[in-house]
Design a protein around this ligand. Sequence first.
Ligand SMILES: *[C@@H]1O[C@H](CO)[C@@H](O)[C@H](O)[C@H]1NC(C)=O
Ligand SMILES: *[C@@H]1O[C@H](CO)[C@@H](O)[C@H](O)[C@H]1NC(C)=O
Ligand SMILES: *[C@@H]1O[C@H](CO)[C@@H](O)[C@H](O)[C@H]1NC(C)=O
Ligand SMILES: *[C@@H]1O[C@H](CO)[C@@H](O)[C@H](O)[C@H]1NC(C)=O
Ligand SMILES: *[C@@H]1O[C@H](CO)[C@@H](O)[C@H](O)[C@H]1NC(C)=O
Ligand SMILES: *[C@@H]1O[C@H](CO)[C@@H](O)[C@H](O)[C@H]1NC(C)=O
Ligand SMILES: *[C@@H]1O[C@H](CO)[C@@H](O)[C@H](O)[C@H]1NC(C)=O
Ligand SMILES: *[C@@H]1O[C@H](CO)[C@@H](O)[C@H](O)[C@H]1NC(C)=O
Ligand SMILES: *[C@@H]1O[C@H](CO)[C@@H](O)[C@H](O)[C@H]1NC(C)=O
Ligand SMILES: *[C@@H]1O[C@H](CO)[C@@H](O)[C@H](O)[C@H]1NC(C)=O
Ligand SMILES: *[C@@H]1O[C@H](CO)[C@@H](O)[C@H](O)[C@H]1NC(C)=O
Ligand SMILES: *[C@@H]1O[C@H](CO)[C@@H](O)[C@H](O)[C@H]1NC(C)=O
Length: 462
Amino acid sequence: MVQKQLRSAWSRCLCLIWALLWTPSVRAISLETGDKDSVCSAATLITNGIMDYYEGIRYGGTVGLFQPPYFWWEAGEVFGGMIDTWAWCENTTYENIIYDALMAQRGSSANYVPANQSTTEGNDDQAFWGLTVMEAAERNFTNPPSDEPGWLALSQAVYNTMLSRWDTANCDGGLRWQIFQWNSGYDYKNTISNSCLFTMAARLARYTQNDTYIDTAEMVWDWLMDVKFIQNKSDGYAIYDGANIGTDNCSTFDTYTWSYNYGILMAGTAYLYNFTNDQIWLDRLSGIYNGFESTFVNASTGAMYEHMCQESGNCNNDQRSFKSIVSRCLGQTAVLVSSYTDKVMTIINKSASGAASSCSGGSDNHTCGINWSYGSWDEWYGLGEQISALEVIQNTLVLQVPPPLTNSTGGTSEGDVNAGMTSRETSNKNEITVTSKDKAGAGVLTAIVLIIFVAMSTWVLI
Ligand SMILES: *[C@@H]1O[C@H](CO)[C@@H](O)[C@H](O)[C@H]1NC(C)=O
Ligand SMILES: *[C@@H]1O[C@H](CO)[C@@H](O)[C@H](O)[C@H]1NC(C)=O
Ligand SMILES: *[C@@H]1O[C@H](CO)[C@@H](O)[C@H](O)[C@H]1NC(C)=O
Ligand SMILES: *[C@@H]1O[C@H](CO)[C@@H](O)[C@H](O)[C@H]1NC(C)=O
Ligand SMILES: *[C@@H]1O[C@H](CO)[C@@H](O)[C@H](O)[C@H]1NC(C)=O
Ligand SMILES: *[C@@H]1O[C@H](CO)[C@@H](O)[C@H](O)[C@H]1NC(C)=O
Ligand SMILES: *[C@@H]1O[C@H](CO)[C@@H](O)[C@H](O)[C@H]1NC(C)=O
Ligand SMILES: *[C@@H]1O[C@H](CO)[C@@H](O)[C@H](O)[C@H]1NC(C)=O
Ligand SMILES: *[C@@H]1O[C@H](CO)[C@@H](O)[C@H](O)[C@H]1NC(C)=O
Ligand SMILES: *[C@@H]1O[C@H](CO)[C@@H](O)[C@H](O)[C@H]1NC(C)=O
Ligand SMILES: *[C@@H]1O[C@H](CO)[C@@H](O)[C@H](O)[C@H]1NC(C)=O
Ligand SMILES: *[C@@H]1O[C@H](CO)[C@@H](O)[C@H](O)[C@H]1NC(C)=O
């Protein structure tokens, strides 16, 4: 722990030294929002920064994981964003890396509960990988071979196993935060786990045209309202973090408001409205949207920020990536609900411009910062800052690319309605072989990084 802190302090310090030596006066990422060439060249620079944190192509690294302190769930989030880059920029450079990661981390039951993560994995963590394989299905990402579960089947496995944990013994329903009793947080029911189940259900309903998933979405929504994690206030919905089961069945809750709860629920209502055309989902979307805009969008710059922690400089590694989740959800909303397209695109465009100007830091001159209202790099950096910038910038293209596919509009992913419910051995296939292409790439990358590092350190010393 101490060593980790020292190391991160040291790397922050090194980075600052580099930044001071090479004053980043040039704005390294110039962005014309909505222009494909401009967005995709920004995406290339930002993704380079993302890959600096990726372990899976380093010697001895685990495929699918980013280096500590980044948790397993965040890797799931990152690969979802990279699938969109793959699809929208039509760039296959990272296809094998993404594919290998999704396959390597699905676990021996092919439901994203890998044995290695049993001390960290909660329902929300599993769900972020679930949302990513759903993204793979909706974006027609390269399918696994036919003797392996498809992206849709993997999404259904995540959904089925999450739903099987629905707990009516406490608080009249809801998912707990944690999956395993031994993890702290097992006695907490949180909004994000439940909103992810809601949105998985919404997306599965639309993709497969199967109404049964809508029943689940309604059940989860009703519970979130009943337990008052969602409240209708005068300036839109307030969406709170969660509550301990404790002694009062979730009546004493934690009123922190995080952007990702708004984003995930907004996307879920957008999918449901798009699929059902039912006014009730549009009304609910309106409550979420209004609450989101009044809480997380800077009124003077129009750019998003994480209001609980960003101004005070207290966002942790997880929280620093929430804007990436929200950006993808806003893009989905803009595409699926035409009456929100303009409002939502305004937030995306302004945030993307702010993000691009924040990506002018670090030793490479295009490291991204956290504050999209600042106008240049604010000295923050990390995987969360990178992925948030990538997602918001590429979502300025969202109206120009095909809407999320369904199985009747060209989606080709294989499903299995019962996936995840029986312990399915992916056995020998679980230990995937990393393609030699990736290994070669990794070697070259490592060599380049080493040479640069040695050169820079020498230069710093003399
Ligand atoms: C967002 O930016 C794109 C590209 O500049 C532009 O076409 C679109 O009109 C903008 N949308 C809004 C609502 O500002
Ligand atoms: C594809 O992405 C890679 C890595 O991000 C980048 O180096 C390359 O220039 C991109 N290709 C095109 C055609 O944009
Ligand atoms: C699980 O952890 C072991 C030991 O660190 C590692 O070798 C293996 O690749 C990991 N597997 C997955 C799927 O993460
Ligand atoms: C919590 O609710 C359950 C049923 O939903 C009930 O059996 C239990 O007694 C309640 N516990 C408390 C402390 O109110
Ligand atoms: C779409 O899914 C339904 C079941 O949900 C299935 O009956 C149908 O064959 C699928 N269509 C295609 C084109 O895969
Ligand atoms: C929220 O409450 C307002 C009145 O304060 C009402 O007009 C609106 O319909 C409610 N929205 C929803 C979705 O319940
Ligand atoms: C659903 O989204 C698609 C794609 O943007 C759009 O063409 C369609 O009109 C939407 N349907 C509804 C009911 O809004
Ligand atoms: C970063 O920008 C500075 C100042 O413009 C420049 O001197 C330096 O070469 C740039 N560094 C890289 C890696 O491009
Ligand atoms: C919004 O942006 C303006 C301009 O940069 C800044 O002065 C203000 O502090 C920002 N507000 C928040 C909450 O970030
Ligand atoms: C962002 O930077 C602006 C300008 O310096 C500052 O006023 C604001 O407090 C910062 N906001 C956040 C949320 O970090
Ligand atoms: C989906 O991918 C398959 C295989 O690459 C391709 O044949 C098909 O045309 C794609 N469909 C769409 C709608 O992109
Ligand atoms: C619809 O989904 C439900 C829930 O997973 C499943 O039990 C049912 O078989 C599905 N129906 C069809 C036609 O695929």
